[in-house]
Design a protein around this ligand. Structure first.
Ligand code: PA5
Length: 416
């Protein structure tokens, strides 16, 4: 389960102000639950955890088993934005950090991603890998017209054994991780999707409650209050490198859902302690328009302590016998206190450990909080009109038929 702790914000906001933002968030929750708000034809994600049929999971497992029988050892998942980030996040969080370098029999095919960039080097290096492997592909595009995945698909389709295009009409890309868009790659990679849906289902229940105890309401209320108090940038922080892509997924979810009509918190992410040595200085000391949301993992899945060195050459014997994770936890606590002192409010979202169950809970929690938060902000969380601007310019510059006028106008600007 996901727990929210707002203690790290108490010195930045008045209790009465927080209460009034909770009221706003509860009204937004009412609109979301009643399905009467902007973008209400895209609410299909709300009950996915409790309504996903067992047959869908079984169908994905059949594909996994059929590909295993055919000896598929590489699956290319083609998609961009919401059509790949959820699956990428789950795989990064749940896989062994060195899965592809470990010797020994592989239980599942390697999953790689394509169609999320237009890099010639990336594509041709992917081809190098595909030539050595028995490759299948999953193509994910709701519109079917997004250039990046379409180009990737055109380039690699001759190698493909079978393709599947999956996405529900009433679920937008960035809310699609618990549809077949995420479910199929996660099953193919050998993870327990039933546990993920279970964790999400428990959050579906917790995040539907009309009370201040609703964690999605708490998070949405506090981040909007801080935003209105001048904290225009929210940094999602994790202390486990496996959660780096949770940050990528979260940025896409919040950035595309809230950044419109001249409004919205700018979502950023960092991976500590690594980035304490790059972004740490700015966060501690730079312009004070920041808030942080720390995703805390209470327990490690592995156990390792620091050994004693009889000579104590590095002076680190005070750490003898301590778990590495204890050092990580103290880094997290020390950083939290330092950043509060430096003027950066701390929101905390915690889970007991990284596993399928808690990842499902995190996915649903952040989705529901995003819907509530965007309604508090007063924007439609489910559209992304701004994404079209670059696409139109790119088509015009590449000479796509129908874009001649725009091409002329752009050319005139470029020549100036
Ligand atoms: O969240 C979204 O809706 C977008 O990020 C889309 O997922 C992304 O633009 C890809 O679109 P499509 O699935 O139509 O190729």
């Amino acid at each position: 389960m996901v727990k929210v702790n707002l203690g790290g914000c108490s010195s930045f906001v008045k209790d009465a102000d927080y209460k009034s933002y909770v009221e706003k968030a509860l009204s937004a929750l009412d609109v979301l639950e009643a399905g009467t708000g902007a973008g209400n034809d895209f609410l299909g994600w709300k009950h996915l955890p409790t309504e996903t049929p067992e047959s869908l999971v079984e169908e994905c497992e059949q594909i996994r088993d059929a590909w295993k029988e055919k000896g598929v050892d590489l699956v290319v998942v083609i998609g961009i934005g919401g059509s790949y980030l959820g699956a990428k996040c789950a795989l990064e969080a749940l896989s062994h950090s060195f899965a592809n370098s470990l010797k020994g029999e592989k239980k599942a095919p390697q999953l790689v991603f394509a169609g999320h960039n237009l890099s010639e080097e990336y594509m041709s290096e992917l081809m190098d890998l595909m030539k050595e492997r028995n490759t299948a592909a999953v193509v994910i595009s709701k519109s079917g017209t997004t250039t990046e995945p379409a180009v990737a698909f055109r380039l690699i389709k001759q190698y493909i054994e079978q393709t599947y295009g999956v996405i529900e009409d009433n679920v937008g890309g960035r809310f699609s991780v618990l549809t077949p868009v995420g479910i199929l790659p996660i099953v193919l990679a050998g993870f327990d999707i039933r546990q993920m849906l279970k964790g999400a289902a428990e959050m579906e229940e917790a995040c539907a409650k009309r009370c201040e105890c609703n964690p999605a309401v708490q998070y949405a209320a506090m981040r909007n209050l801080l935003y209105d108090n001048g904290k225009k940038i929210e940094i999602l922080v994790s202390y486990n490198p496996k959660l780096q892509y949770l940050g990528e997924w979260w940025k896409q979810l919040y950035g595309e859902s809230e950044g419109k009509d001249g409004k919205g918190i700018f979502p950023a992410s960092v991976s500590f302690t690594t980035d304490l040595h790059s972004m740490g200085q700015y966060i501690q000391d730079g312009e004070r328009h920041l808030m942080e949301t720390v995703v805390t993992v209470e327990n490690s899945n592995r156990s390792m302590t620091i050994a004693n060195d009889p000579q104590n050459l590095d002076g680190l014997n005070f750490l003898t016998g301590k778990h590495i994770e204890e050092c990580n936890a103290m880094a997290e606590l020390g950083t939290k206190l330092a950043h509060i002192d430096g003027g950066v409010p701390q929101l905390s979202v915690s889970v007991e450990r990284i596993n399928e169950y808690n990842l499902g809970a995190l996915f649903y929690f952040f989705e529901k909080a995003c819907g509530i938060s965007a309604y508090v902000l007063g924007v439609n969380p489910f559209n992304q009109p701004g994404v079209e601007a670059y696409k139109k310019n790119m088509f015009a510059l590449l000479g796509k038929p129908g874009y001649e006028e725009q091409a002329k106008a752009l050319q005139a600007r470029i020549e100036k």
